[in-house]
Structures are given as structure tokens and as C-alpha cells.
Write a protein that binds this ligand. Structure first.
Ligand code: SF4
Ligand code: SF4
Length: 158
């Protein structure tokens, strides 16, 4: 049988720990919520974000430097012609593999491939997240230095 001292100590510990817990949680009632009602509300994206690529197709000279440096071989390109006359017929990035490491942007001599701000590419199949930036009829293709619409989710849900 517990002594009165043990009983009182148990009651005291119960009260004390309850008040310690409440002193942490109660202030949150008076703070603004951190939750964003995404996608209606969008977070601030820093300039350094490594999101989906921003590709300026008309500046690309099809030199394949980006393809060679990519550590996961997720870029495929094809072009008709050479040098300044080269015309891109395929510039495909497989976002099921891409690491968003930005290595492909480093060797590009014309700075036509950059990391963009878009982070929310989604799809029902893997093929839907393979983007051909040379396909101007593809609603997810953004080239010629256009700003990538943000968020991209609305395109993915089409
Ligand atoms: S960000 Fe990295 S993984 Fe993605 S395409 Fe560029 S080099 Fe490849
Ligand atoms: S490195 Fe730049 S110019 Fe060369 S193929 Fe890649 S995107 Fe085009």
C-alpha cells in the first residue's frame, strides 16, 4: 500500500507535467498558422530553388554537354543540323530519375538550361513526368526563355 507521501508525490508530478505540457502548447493557440492552403496559396520560392528546368530552346546548340555530365542519364536530345543551324527535335528530361543536382547547367556554353522554380510536377503515370522541352505542342513545354507557369500542377491535372 502506498504511503501518503508517495500518493501526494504522484498527484504533484501529474499536475506538474500537465502544466509543463500546456505551457508549451497553449501559446500556439495565439500564433498564426504555418499551414498554407496549397495549391490556392503558394509558398515563397527562393531564387536558388532547383526545380524543373527552364530551357531556352532557341539558344541550345545541341552540344550534348548536359547529357554527358548528367549522373543518371536522364536527358535525351536529338537535333537536325549542326552548330548554329541545329534545330532541336527532342530535349527530354525524365523526372522519374532527375536528382535536381543542377550539374547539367554547369557546362552549358549558352546558359540555356537552368534550374527553375517549379517543384510540383505530378502525373498519374511515369510517362507524364517525362518532359520533352522541344515539343512546343506539349502543354508542359516552356521554352524560349518563357517563365515557367507556377505551379505546374494545373497542367498536370489536365
Ligand atoms: S539536374 Fe542533375 S540529374 Fe537532373 S538532368 Fe540535370 S544533371 Fe541530370
Ligand atoms: S549543354 Fe546547353 S547548349 Fe549544349 S545541349 Fe545541353 S542545353 Fe543545349
Amino acid at each position: 500500500m502506498k504511503s501518503f507521501g508517495e500518493w501526494a508525490s504522484g498527484i504533484w508530478n501529474g499536475l506538474r507535467t500537465t502544466f509543463v505540457g500546456l505551457s508549451i502548447t497553449i501559446p500556439y493557440i495565439f500564433r498564426r498558422p504555418y499551414t498554407l492552403q496549397y495549391p490556392e496559396e503558394l509558398p515563397e520560392i527562393p531564387d536558388t530553388e532547383r526545380g524543373l528546368h527552364n530551357f531556352k530552346i532557341d539558344d541550345c546548340i545541341a552540344c550534348s554537354q548536359c547529357v554527358k555530365i548528367c549522373p543518371v542519364d536522364c536527358i535525351r536530345l536529338a537535333a537536325a543540323g549542326k552548330g548554329k543551324l541545329a534545330r532541336m527535335t527532342l530535349f527530354e528530361i525524365d523526372y522519374t530519375k532527375c536528382l535536381f543536382c543542377a550539374l547539367c547547367t554547369e557546362p552549358c556554353p549558352t546558359e540555356c538550361i537552368l534550374m527553375g522554380p517549379t517543384f510540383d510536377l505530378v502525373g498519374y503515370t511515369r510517362d507524364e513526368v517525362i518532359i520533352d522541352y522541344a515539343d512546343r505542342d506539349n502543354p508542359r513545354t516552356f521554352s524560349d526563355g518563357e517563365e515557367i507557369p507556377y505551379p505546374i500542377t494545373s497542367f498536370a491535372r489536365k
